[in-house]
Design a protein around this ligand. Structure first.
Ligand SMILES: [Cu+2]
Length: 136
């Protein structure tokens, strides 16, 4: 009896000693996983702006950007006539996209404020326009 008790005590003591080590390992692994998820989201998720042109209109009338962040602006032309996309005050000009074409540029806003975006094809600005809002 005495021997069995002693060995049980030893096993219990060993388990208790090992628990903090196991807990520390588990916590470290979890944090590493979270960090990886965040960084991949920043690279792909928020920085692509897709603007679709269809029926002589853009699908957005407001685009919100952060100063100093780099964006890819993609114009998707689902209309039956050619369109482009420009923010003249910021020097942004996406090339003319024929029907069914996509055109894109990279752009990093360097100033805050509200700026008008339009399609520069003559006669289109009346229905193809909106506002870009750049904040800190
Ligand atoms: Cu147009």
């Amino acid at each position: 009896m005495k021997r069995i008790r002693r060995s049980l005590f030893l096993v219990a003591a060993l388990l208790l000693a090992a628990l903090p080590v196991l807990a520390a390992c588990g916590g470290g692994g979890g944090n590493g996983g979270n960090g990886g998820g965040d960084s991949s989201q920043g690279a792909e998720g928020g920085n692509k702006i897709t603007i679709t042109a269809e029926g002589m209109a853009f699908d957005k009338d407001k685009i919100e950007l952060k100063k100093g962040q780099t964006y890819t602006i993609e114009l998707v032309n689902k209309d039956s006539v050619a369109h482009d996309f420009a923010i003249k005050d910021l020097g942004v000009q996406v090339d003319l996209a024929d029907p069914g074409q996509n055109k894109s540029i990279e752009f990093t806003p360097q100033q805050t404020g509200e700026f008008e975006f339009i399609c520069t094809v003559p006669g289109h600005e009346a229905t193809m326009n909106g506002t870009v809002v750049v904040t800190e």
